[in-house]
Design a binder for this molecule. Structure first.
Ligand SMILES: Cc1ncc(COP(=O)(O)O)c(C=O)c1O
Length: 386
């Protein structure tokens, strides 16, 4: 009998795949409200699709690129970040990756090894948890809601020990949708800097936050790239999830090491997507704004629907793409609740248990997949399940 590596064998199975498995043999003829995976419900902008088609016909598009991506994209994304954060970001601080998950994997591989740990607010994004587990890097969980809608800097500092290599934040957050105030992010930066560890912030959903003020002022500080590591994704904002593109923004020393990891993993990010995103960064501002407002409309409709006095499910936190909800079935495992909602009430969501310790009373709804007109139907089905 073959034996597999213990750390991989002990890692939980991919949650999205597991949740889709609950639908096997589904007989209901009602429309499924699929709020399981965080994917845009619409295709890329028509102009972007045309650009991808045009690029596909060019002879060189199938080739490799530099490990960190093509210079035009590194420069273009650095310009985008400079404008978005009102701070100078240079192309040499930008590595393009094959999705944001790869950016996280590379950053952690450079920073930590088995026996080390990362301080991370729970609930946390399951792929972060899974990768850390496979690396043998422990998670030191802190309460994601300790300071209102954000984790407490003091609690996080108390969790740091001699083996802590990083604090890992995600804002806007998956799974809670919480958007941490700039001041909180800056305090975490000061803490990480003082303690000589990295601050990693996954900003995959940054373009869905309300308003256009910079998400934080960390990039405006001298020497930020000795502490901060930013992770981004082009999956959500340009509806390019299956085209796989993200970014790792960090200092030259970290990127030098990350090059080794990225080269071995994928050699380079997909060229066709890189060139398509060069186009998207300058041509799609209007389209992006429309999508940001579309999501804001869905969020408002969801919040309104959850104010139904009959509903015993409580909206704990919401924003960007996600709603984090306390279910009323106290004492019952969140996975059993989620399965029942999928199999008997035509609502697919994820159980809190997939997002870390202490989350059995919660469910995550990725509402970005569902039109705002459907939010009332969601609440009706939840009321029926009570
Ligand atoms: C917080 C967060 N980071 C990263 C990712 C993955 O991004 P990508 O598709 O760019 O790998 C997701 C996808 O759901 C996410 O929610």
């Amino acid at each position: 009998m073959q034996e597999f590596a213990q750390r991989v064998a002990e890692t939980e199975f991919p949650p999205i795949a597991e949740a889709f498995g609950w639908l096997a043999g589904r007989k209901s003829d009602k429309e499924l409200l699929n709020m399981c995976q965080a994917v845009p419900s619409y295709p890329p902008a028509p102009a972007l699709q045309q650009e991808i088609a045009r690029l596909a016909l060019e002879p060189g598009t199938g080739g490799y690129t530099d490990i960190f991506g093509i210079p035009e994209l590194r420069e273009g994304f650095a310009r985008h970040l400079s404008a978005d954060y009102a701070a100078p970001v240079a192309a040499r601080q930008v590595a393009i990756t094959t999705g944001c998950n790869q950016a996280f994997a590379a950053a952690i591989m450079v920073l930590a090894q088995a026996g080390d740990n990362v301080v991370m607010p729970a609930p946390f994004y399951f792929n972060h948890q899974m990768w850390l587990r496979m690396m043998g890097v422990a998670i030191k969980p802190v309460n994601a809601f300790a300071a209102g809608g954000a984790p407490s800097v003091e609690e996080s500092e108390a969790a740091i020990d001699g083996r802590t290599k990083a604090i890992m934040l995600c804002s806007p957050n998956n799974p809670s949708g919480a958007i941490y105030p700039p001041q909180v992010l800056e305090e975490f930066y000061e803490l990480a800097k003082r303690r000589g560890i990295a601050l990693i912030i996954d900003e995959t959903y940054k373009d869905f936050r309300p308003g256009h003020a910079p998400a934080h002022g960390i990039l405006q500080r001298d020497g930020w790239d000795e502490t901060l590591i930013q992770l981004f994704s082009f999956s959500k904002i340009y509806a390019l999830a299956g085209y796989r593109l993200g970014a790792l923004v960090a200092g030259p020393k970290l990127l030098h090491e990350a090059a080794k990891v990225l080269d071995c993993m994928t050699i380079c990010p997909p060229q066709i997507t890189q060139r398509a995103v060069v186009f998207a960064l300058t041509q799609l501002d209007q389209w992006k704004e429309e999508k940001r407002q579309l999501m804001a409309g869905r969020l408002a409709a969801l919040r309104e629907a959850f104010s139904d006095p009959r509903l015993k499910f409580r909206l704990v936190s919401s924003g960007a793409y996600f709603a984090y909800v306390q279910h009323p079935f106290t004492g019952e495992a969140s996975k059993d609740v989620a399965k029942r909602l999928a199999q008997q009430h035509d609502v697919l969501c994820l159980p809190g248990s997939m997002f870390g310790p202490g989350q059995e009373n919660f469910l995550r709804f990725a509402f970005a997949n569902v039109d705002k007109e459907k939010m009332a139907l969601l609440v009706e089905r939840l009321v029926n399940s009570q």
